[in-house]
Design a protein around this ligand. Structure first.
Ligand code: SF4
Ligand code: SF4
Length: 189
């Protein structure tokens, strides 16, 4: 009987302790928000999803080389004489066609090491932090703006340019080193 009364008292006592905590918070300022309808403002240097402004990318590969987990893949093709790629917004001349620029954000550890070496400030952290996907492959972001046909054309242009250059070099080399004619006098018997 005494055990029963003790348990009952303990039950009532713990309810009062819980209610005391609840009541003490009733009149305090709320710290929770109605996420996702309401979102907290992110700190100025928060690291979230990366973005690349391809208009300013010169394909220098510095971001990829700085990445500690190799989640950036870049491929470029040299432009050929006569092609004008323009300049970046900070005045750097563009000379390479960027034919591949993929970031596997599933591997990214948000270290931001790719951001600092970029000479044109075109790779940066955004304030986007909700980008879950059902398929892992959908987390590979492709930033290239050229179409697959354009990419093939750029590769072809460069290949032809190289072939023509090699052919011209061969002609020039042949002209400067004419084949030796046999000038050895014939012996008269
Ligand atoms: S933030 Fe870090 S891990 Fe992510 S792509 Fe940049 S360098 Fe790589
Ligand atoms: S460092 Fe900047 S300019 Fe160079 S490849 Fe990366 S994003 Fe492009």
């Amino acid at each position: 009987m005494i055990e029963y009364l003790k348990d009952t008292w303990l039950g009532i006592y713990t309810v009062f302790v819980g209610m005391k905590v609840t009541l003490s918070h009733l009149f305090k300022q709320k710290v929770t928000i109605q996420y996702p309808d309401v979102k907290v403002e992110l700190p100025e240097r928060a690291r979230n999803r990366l973005y690349v402004n391809m208009d300013d990318c010169i394909g220098c590969d510095q971001c990829a080389r700085a990445c500690p987990v190799n989640c950036i893949e870049i491929e470029t093709v040299k432009s050929v004489p006569g092609e004008d790629l323009g300049v970046t917004s900070n005045g750097k001349k563009k000379a390479l066609w960027v034919t591949k620029f993929d970031i596997d954000i599933a591997k990214c550890c948000y270290c931001s090491l790719c951001v600092w070496p970029c000479p044109t400030d075109c790779i940066f952290m955004t304030d986007v932090y909700e980008f879950s996907e059902y398929k892992r492959n959908d987390l590979v972001y492709n930033f290239v703006t050229l179409t697959p046909e354009d990419i093939e054309q750029k590769k072809l242009n460069y290949r032809r340019f190289e072939e023509e250059k090699a052919a011209k070099k061969a002609v020039a080399a042949a002209a400067s080193n004419p084949p030796q004619t046999n000038t050895k006098p014939e012996l008269n018997n």
